[in-house]
Design a protein around this ligand. Structure first.
Ligand code: ZN
Length: 120
């Protein structure tokens, strides 16, 4: 099992496997967050939230909910709005230890423009 957490420990993520790749996206939001996304599904991620709680931000078509710890502000994961019908849950690998994510290959996604991977 791999465990990640926000800086203050209020939000904890537990996953059984690492994805082969992680996505570094340059869209207007991910670029600012500096997030490193691993795409899993809701059933694959255990999310424990302490008393400080979480809140989320979404923009544009409101499809994606970017969740952050209300105490320390770390963006821990994103989920898709219920209306999307998708069970994708993306964890931010930056919440995990650097050592744990060494095997994960980082891919660059051009979310700002072409919506293609631009690293090969
Ligand atoms: Zn926190």
């Amino acid at each position: 099992m791999y465990q990640g957490q926000c800086h203050c420990g209020n939000v904890r993520l537990t996953i059984a496997r690492l994805t082969e790749t992680a996505t570094r996206c340059n869209c207007s939001l991910c670029h600012r967050y500096g997030a490193l996304w691993g795409y899993l599904t809701e059933s694959e991620v255990e999310i424990q939230v302490g008393e400080s709680g979480t809140e989320y931000y979404s923009h544009g078509d409101q499809c994606i909910h970017f969740h952050r710890c209300k105490r320390c502000g770390c963006v821990t994961h994103y989920s898709l709005a219920p209306a999307s019908g998708s069970d994708r849950l993306a964890v931010n690998y930056s919440m995990f230890s650097a050592q744990d994510i060494v095997p994960v290959r980082i891919r660059l996604f051009d979310g700002a423009d072409t919506w293609q991977f631009i690293d090969e």
